[in-house]
Design a protein around this ligand. Structure first.
Ligand SMILES: [Zn+2]
Length: 354
């Protein structure tokens, strides 16, 4: 990548990826091959296709322009085998970056337009993961199911139930480990999604949420106090709220930091320091994540290489080791029906500082 040399020190760091979207991470070669195979290519050459899939110079700074890069991959990921196959390719690419624990995330409902059921849409991803696990037995894999904010709280509840049915807890191999909310934050506040999060938690899934990317810190407060999220995707606006920083540190709520993506979407303005540095100074746990390797033209190696401006390889390695403790893989809770005691309600005993 231009200007950022991936040294062997960076390449050798054993990495943990906790925030990577399937749709924005399909290798260009794979999208192109599948588009050609199905006669769906909107342009004649792979080079031209690349411009449609990867954020270009001059396109940075707006979330909606960033999200616009996601519609072409969805032309091909409406079919079971295609989905399983793109998952294998994303995992292989992560493995090459020395990622040994990978949580992928995916919104199943936007992969049902050609007739897949929600359940099939989820199991196609797990099928790809199970195949990859045979190739890379030293890799831990899991899926986070995303509900899209703009589709509303009712659809989110349906998705939470579908996610539970494919949870890692109920299956021997890979499975759904967590629940997430993504999409436009403005006009779709987190507080409306409390019931969906309660269903997911009751079913044993761990909880994360995209928050504070396009909204102020109130969105993050709602995410932890009302939804009970234990990890926050992006969380950039938290740096402007000192009380919230203390709360995140006290409860060890992890921020999934996506350096490159945050500048591209405008969550962090160009020229401003990245919030990851403030989080580290304040004792807030962070993870180093790619968000979307294809759209953002990045990789785990590149993200770590960029952070070498401020952090040593030892510090980067330590962040990855600590991130492993916040992974949802193999940590899904027991569903309520199997629990001896009822679980605390989302938000209970969590409000306020000590
Ligand atoms: Zn994301």
């Amino acid at each position: 990548m231009k200007g950022f040399k991936v040294t062997s020190e960076v390449a050798n760091i054993k990495k943990v990826e906790l925030h990577q979207h399937v749709d924005g991470s399909i290798p260009i070669d794979v999208t192109w091959r599948l588009m050609k195979k199905h006669g769906l290519n909107p342009v004649e050459t792979k080079k031209e296709m690349e411009k449609l899939l990867v954020l270009q110079d001059g396109e940075e700074g707006a979330l909606l322009r960033y999200l616009d890069k996601f519609h072409y991959p969805q032309w091909i990921t409406q079919f079971y085998d295609n989905i399983a196959s793109v998952i294998e390719s994303i995992i292989a690419e992560a493995y090459e970056n020395n990622v040994r624990l990978l949580e992928l995330r995916y919104a199943p409902i936007i992969h049902t337009f050609a007739g897949l059921t929600l359940r099939q849409s989820i199991s196609s991803v797990l099928s790809g993961m199970n195949k990859a696990m045979k190739k890379f037995p030293d890799m831990a894999l899991g899926l986070i199911v995303i509900a899209m904010r703009h589709q509303g709280p009712h659809i989110a509840k349906i998705l939470a139930r579908q996610a539970i049915s494919e949870s890692q807890l109920l299956h021997g191999r890979s499975g759904v480990i967590g629940f997430d909310l993504a999409g436009a934050e403005r006009g779709n506040p987190a507080r409306l999604f409390g019931e969906a999060y309660e269903i997911a938690r009751t079913g044993g899934l761990q909880l994360t949420i995209h928050a504070g990317e396009d909204e102020d810190s109130q969105a993050i407060w709602e995410s932890i106090d009302i939804l009970g999220a234990t990890r926050i995707g992006h969380g950039c606006s938290a740096v402007k709220d000192k009380v919230l920083l203390k709360r995140l540190a006290r409860d060890q709520i992890m921020i999934e930091c996506c350096y490159t993506s945050n500048y591209q979407t405008g969550a962090v303005s160009l020229g401003e320091p990245h919030p990851i540095l403030t989080f580290l100074e304040n004792g807030v746990p962070v993870s180093i994540c790619t968000d979307n390797t294809t759209v953002s033209a990045t990789s785990q190696n590149i993200e770590n290489a960029k952070l070498m401006q401020w952090l040593t390889p030892e510090e980067l390695s330590s962040i990855h080791k600590k991130s492993e403790k916040h992974s949802f893989i193999h940590k899904t809770g027991k569903p309520r029906m199997l629990r001896e005691k009822p679980m605390r309600k989302a938000g209970e005993k969590r409000l306020g500082l000590p």
